[in-house]
Design a protein around this ligand. Structure first.
Ligand code: KG4
Ligand code: ZN
Length: 366
């Protein structure tokens, strides 16, 4: 980012799934980000009995909590509404009932305080999340792996993403969650499966390697999911379950690495070997085995590797505030009738050209 931008102090709001979150982020003139506060109220306990996110429960919980969470974020930052230069709210993609809560709250703040509103794409939030912990200049290659999305993107600048590949069925987080369920683990399954996998033998169970013959950067997890479910059925011993969890985790990490490796090769060629930065973001980026394999892949390809601080891998509002601040610094703002969008691909042209590649279309975030 150029060193001449207007500094911003932005309140971010995130309500697109099962986290009610608010944060205040300052973007300085050099493009560096400072998180002044970040409050995340998880609804895990409310959804756990159902084994997944229930949209109606989520929307109601967001309504009940959003004003208190926003007030807490300002209090933690030691600021009042008068100190803000803008308000950024997730406008999609996500569960639309929840998205509407945060977006409406953001619009009310913008109207009452005369602040510009930025309607942020949740995925763009994940895309900039690593910039909350380190100053990563554009451009970079991004692997976005969450509960609803699994894509490789060339991020050329603020809001300028080109999709290089995405899942043709489940998202990586969705695969973690569904396989965890077949292993009898509680929701959310990803962190629970990682915990079970500790000390497990990752080469114990052979699992299918999907899309091996294809030369593109797409992902597929459905065959792995089916195979893992079949194996899980017969297991009662804790050691066997641990080995299966470790094998699944390694298989998901391996596929992410294989596709990223392919994308890195193409990206390096397109960039003449310059600006070789690889960033992984989204909830699955919190997984240590996934991080390790991707870091090794990046090193082999001569890419620097960055993952967000753990707190900013899963859903949070600091990433939404930063995405909003970056657009605001470029003079962008959105009207108060900006719509909530259940679907909102980052690369709309690629999504239109290939509508079957709707990442994680069966997931809670679809
Ligand atoms: O980014 P996120 O909070 O929400 C979406 O935008 O989807 O990602 C949530 C996903 C869930 O599928 C969750 O199981 C997965 O990220 N996840 C993990 C880990 N922590 C969260 N998957 C594997 N290992 C983890 N440690
Ligand atoms: Zn997310």
């Amino acid at each position: 980012m150029s060193p001449a931008i207007r500094p911003q102090t932005v309140l971010g709001l995130e309500t697109s799934c099962d986290e009610t979150a608010a944060a205040v982020v300052r973007l300085d003139a050099g493009g560096g980000a400072q998180v002044l506060s970040s409050v995340v109220a998880s609804q895990i306990a409310a959804h756990a009995p159902y084994g997944g996110v229930v949209p109606e429960i989520a929307a109601r919980a967001h309504v009940e909590r959003i004003d208190g969470i926003a007030a807490q974020a300002l209090k933690d930052a030691g600021l009042g509404y008068d100190s803000l230069t803008g308000v950024a709210a997730t406008a999609g993609p996500g569960l639309v009932g929840g998205v509407m809560v945060g977006l409406s709250f953001g619009k009310a703040v913008a109207l009452a305080r005369g602040l510009p509103l930025i309607a942020v794409n949740h995925l763009e939030g994940h895309a900039v999340s690593a910039r909350l912990g380190a100053h990563i200049p554009y451009p970079f290659l991004l692997l976005l792996v969450s509960g609803g999305h699994c894509q490789l993107l060339a991020v050329d600048g603020v809001g300028a993403c080109r999709r290089l590949g995405s899942t043709i069925d489940d998202a990586a987080g969705e695969a973690f969650d569904k396989i965890a369920k077949t292993l009898g683990l509680p929701y959310p399954g990803g962190p629970a499966l990682e915990k079970l996998a500790e000390g497990g033998e990752a080469s114990r169970y052979e699992l299918p390697r999907m899309l091996l013959g294809r030369k593109d950067c797409d992902f597929s997890f459905s065959g792995l999911k089916t195979a893992a479910a079949r194996l899980a059925e017969g297991l009662s011993e804790e050691a066997d379950r641990r080995d299966l969890a470790a094998s699944v985790q390694a298989a998901i990490a391996r596929q992410l690495a294989e596709r990223s490796d392919r994308a890195m090769a193409a990206y390096a060629q397109a960039h003449d070997g310059r600006s070789l930065r690889f960033v992984v973001a989204g909830g699955v980026a919190a997984n240590k085995a996934v991080r390790a394999v991707l870091e090794a892949t990046a090193a082999r390809r001569g890419f620097t590797f960055t993952a967000p601080p753990l707190a900013y891998c899963t859903d949070n509002a600091a990433m939404i505030a930063l995405a909003g601040a970056e657009r605001l610094a470029l003079g962008e703002a959105h009207p108060l009738d900006a719509p909530a969008r259940p679907r909102w691909p980052l690369d709309e042209a690629a999504a239109l050209a290939n509508p079957t590649h709707q990442a994680g279309r069966k997931g809670a975030k679809a």
